[in-house]
Every structure is written in C-alpha cells, then in structure tokens.
Design a protein around this ligand. Sequence first.
Ligand code: ATP
Length: 659
Amino acid sequence: MSNIDEDLYMPHQKISYLQSRDPSILTWNKYGLNKVRVNLNFSSDESSVQSTVLKEEEKHLGVYLRIKGGVEISSIYKIEDDTFICDLSDSSINNKIAAQTEEKYKFSTIFGPERTQRFIFDVTVKEKVLKFINGENSTIMAYGSSGSGKTFTLIGTPVDPGIIPRAIKYLFHSLPILKEYPQAKPLPNGQAVILDDNQKIAEKRETFNILKDLPNCKDHARAFNAMQERLSMDPVAVVENITPIISLWISLCEIYNEQVYDLLQPLLKGQCRPKLKIGGLQDNIYIKDLKYVNVRSGLEAYGILQYGLQNRNKASTAINLQSSRSHCIFTIKLVQGYNSENLLISSFNFCDLAGSERLKKTLNVGDRLRESNSINNSLLVLGRCITMVRDGQDKKQNIMPPFRESKLTHLFQKAILGKENIDLMITINPSKNMFAENQHTLNFSAIAKEVVIDKTPVKVLNSSRFLDLDNASREDEIMDLRYTIRELRDKLTEFEDENRVLRDEKANLVLQLSEERLQHEEDIDKERDHLIKGYREMISIKDEQIDTLKRDNEALSKQIRKLQKINQLTVLNSSDSSDDVNNNFGGLSNLPTSCQNECESVSWAKDSANTFQESLLEVLMVRLAIPLRCLHSARYRRVVGMKRLQSSPSVHIGGFAVV
Ligand SMILES: Nc1ncnc2c1ncn2[C@@H]1O[C@H](COP(=O)(O)OP(=O)(O)OP(=O)(O)O)[C@@H](O)[C@H]1O
C-alpha cells in the first residue's frame, strides 16, 4: 500500500462529512443489544448450503401489502389479520364483472396506513440484511399503481427515510470499520477479483469524484446524520468472524423505455447517458458495464444513492407530481473472503418499479404516453411471467415464461423463477377512485403469493475458474457470444415474422391500388361522357339561338327595306316641310346597309319581349334621327308593328334620353 497517495483524499471542506466515520461506526457495538452472530460459510459444497430447512411461509414468495397513509380509506376495504378484503357488493364501485360479493387476498404481512417506515423495515428487510452479510442474495420489488407509495416506501423522505437508507444504515451499523481502500471488486458477471494498489486508488478516486459533484450534499449529510441518531438505539447484528477481505459496492440503474441506463455514470456536459446491454445466460443474467462504486460508510452510500436518484427520469402526471417514469434498481454488493480463491459475493437488490397507469386517468400524451406504454407493457410481461411460473409449478411442467420480452423480467428471471430470495412490496392507495387500479394490483399479488421458492438460496462463491481477470473476461466473452448468438437468432425470427407481415401488407396495398386505379379510370370516363353530353346540349341550344337570331335578322332587314321605301314616299309626299324632317328623311333614303346591322346589334343586346320593335325604334330615332313626333304617325306605327307609341315625350334607349 506504500504507493497510495494519502493526500489524494484530503477532503474538500464541502464534503468533509464523507471522510468522517459514521456515528454508528464510532458507537459500534455500544448499543449491542440482541447481538447476532453471523457465520460465513465458505464451503463450495452446494449440498451443505442447501441443507437449511425452510419454514412453511418461506417456501413461497414473500408478498407484503402496504396501504398508503394520509388518504381516506374507502369503506369497501377491510383488513382481517393478514387478509385484505374487498367488498364487491358496494354499488358505488360499479363493478359489473364481479360475480361474488367479496374478494379476499392473503399477504405475508399487511401494513396499515398507521404503520411507520421503521416498522416496515424491521419486518421486511432487517433479517434480510443479516442474510446478505451471511452471503445470500435478496431482492425487494415495490409494485403498485402510480402514486400508491412505492418510492416513498423504498426511498422515503429526508425526515422519514424508507427501506433503502435504513438498510444502508443497518448494514454499516452491523459491520465493523471497513478498510480505507477496497481490496476486492465484484465483476458484472457475478464473480469478483482482488484489486492491486493502482486499482484501489482508482476506485477510491471514482467514489470521491462522484461525491464531490453531489449538489446539496450538506442537506443529505444532515438528513442521514439525523436518521442515524434515530436509529442508533436499534438492536444491531455483529459480524464476529470478520474476514481480512471485505468491501462494499453499490450500483444504481434504471430501465427507461426498455433501455438500461447507469445512473452513477458521471457525464460530461452535453453527453448522453449511454445505453447498457444485458448479458449472461439463464441463472446468471447481468448488466454489462454497469458501474459499481466502492463505499466505506453509510454516509458515502447514502450520498452516492442521492447522486444517482437525481439522474432518474421523473415527471409530473395527473396522478403523481413526482412520478417515476422508469424501473429503478439499487444494488448493494458485498465481497468478503480470505484470498482470490475464497471470495463470497452477495447482492441485495431494491427495485422501485414504475407505477402501472391507466391512460384515462394520467391524461398522458407525447413522451409521457410513450413512457406509460413502455411501463405498462413491462409490468404486463412481469405479470405473465409470474403467472406462468406459478402455473408451471402447479402442473409440475417445465414452462419457459417469456422473460426476454422485457428488460425487467430478463434481469430478474432467476428470482422470479424462485431460485433466489425475492419479496414483493405491494402498495395501494385505498381511496375509492383507485378501485380498478387496486383490483389489478391485488390480483397480481395473489398470483405472486402462490409462486414457490423451489431452492434454498445458493451462495455465489468464486471458483478457481474465476481466479484472475483474464480467465474471467474470457468466460465472460464466451457467455457474451452465446448470448449474442441467441439474441441474433431471436432477432432473425423477429425479422422474418416482420418481413412476412410487411410482404402481406405490400400485397394488400398493391391490390388496393389497382382496384382504386380501376375505379378512378371508370370515374374519369363517366366524367368525360358527362361533359361531352353537356357541351353537345349547349351547342344545340346555341344553334337554336343562332337560328332564331337569323330569323329575327331577316325580319328586321325586311322591315328596314320597307322603311326605306316608306321614307322615300314620305319625302315625296310629306306635308311637313320642316328642315329637320326633310334632312333626316333625306338621310333615310340613303340609309346605308350598315344601318341594318346596327338594328341587328341593338336587338341582340335587348332581352325584353319587344326587342325587335325597340331595336327598330332605336335605329329610327338614334341612328336615323327621326324626330319622335314623326314616329307617332300611323305609317311609322304600322311599319314598326306597334299600335301606339308611348305617350311619354321621352324614350330611354341605351341609357340616353331621346326627346
Ligand atoms: N404511506 C404514506 N404515507 C404518507 N404519504 C405517502 C405514503 N405513501 C406515499 N405517500 C406520498 O404520496 C405521494 C406519491 O408517492 P410515491 O411517489 O411514493 O408514489 P409511487 O407509487 O412511487 O408513484 P409513481 O409510480 O408514479 O412513481 C408522495 O408525495 C408521497 O410522499
């Protein structure tokens, strides 16, 4: 250890608490009530590990129910010991499907709204922490609808910490002081390696770097210290046969929209959080490249947890102002032993599932809707997997549930199959308007409660195969390759299915297109025929009009010719010798042929019944300038074809008043 630079860890003033010891460590064993001796069993003989006799209750998955506090409990719910009863006869819940009057759900323990965080921790987790120190793996999963209190139960608040901070506290309370530098590190594939001096320094620097970036670290430190004071009187467990190698590591990741992200990975400005892959096979599924951060005290672990939680995807929905939009997995790993050949690795997973959501209630759209769909889908797969495990166990059949359909079930398949300690913390909001959500959650819990744990949890021991990193990584590579082959095969089948669907869709579209084209052509033909018919009709109407006009024109020309003759006669016989009349009538005798056209064009513009007469008058008065009084004579009237001209002294023609 000589080359380790002690100055490297000189605490920055702001994070000085990180280097101080937990008060719990200083008071370690001071309140040593109910001491528990933990005996580490390093025997690699599995039969010795499996010889432990399970209690009847432990043979099934542990399913706890927590009823949310601070809300009015609906009268339809009743608690009788460990049984939760829903009164389905209540008309207000409008449950049309219900055939029976009540539904009963049995749980390992029911925590009413009055139960404190501490009580819940004591019942559900405390003993598991000791098992964890003793080398066993455990998982606690919080399941419930959005806003029912999953995050509150697991994380809690600074004044009312949940299961995880209490577990951290209790763990460090029970362990002796850990060495300044970690001696061994867990590998992603579940094994562990001994660290050399440089690696030890690098790991310690990593922890320091994360904590120095933690905003509000003083608040977190204060919250944690306050919690420690409250917990200091708790009974502690004491590990008596401590091994020379003992290191604690934590990781935090989330499954968001079916992608795994490392929440402890510090990012540069503008850098996106990288997506992680899942590796391994069957009983050894793990997240590749997930970061494990070394911690030496509860305070450090709490700080790192807070750092990661700040990176978690949260958003406001109509149901919960701070709704978790992802499944979040917090893992504590403990590596203990004597040398690389005798290392025992245990892990404790805390999984805060995102809440199931009814889209009608959350009013989600856009990103929130996409998240809801992905959350609901993965919870649906979880439900299907648990149901199939239960059914398989019932019928003693080897059914393989669709674990790979979601990242969550893929990761926890060993625990769901009952090969590892797993407990479910079911949370419900007991208000009446959450009835449908609660029924769904309770039905899920009823199935989960029947899953049998078929093996005593097996301890993970380092075997000689994993003695050095080279071997471990080669083993890892083989597993990776196997996994990739399987993944590629799955993808190929998926692609083939998709391809078939697409081909069918294409054929349908081509058919549809040709049908539409035919239909379109028919429409065009119909339209064209219709237009042609219309034009033809219009042409025949116009022809008729032309004929009428021609006839009118001929009649007009006849009249004009008659007028010309009359005019000549009038000039010869007229008793009216006024100059005007003479001039005009003289002009009329020389009436040019264009005058006939004038008459014609005027009559064209008219549309009244007397068109022809009016046109004639117009020609006589305007073009030939025959005074109105002359037109009153019987001769003109006869020519024009009118019995009598208007008595009015003026006639309006073409907008001009002719007097
Ligand atoms: N047992 C309880 N007593 C008092 N308050 C509670 C309790 N459980 C939850 N709450 C409060 O209810 C609100 C919603 O709780 P929480 O965020 O834990 O729900 P959730 O189930 O995690 O929701 P989501 O799935 O949307 O993330 C929070 O303000 C929390 O403090």
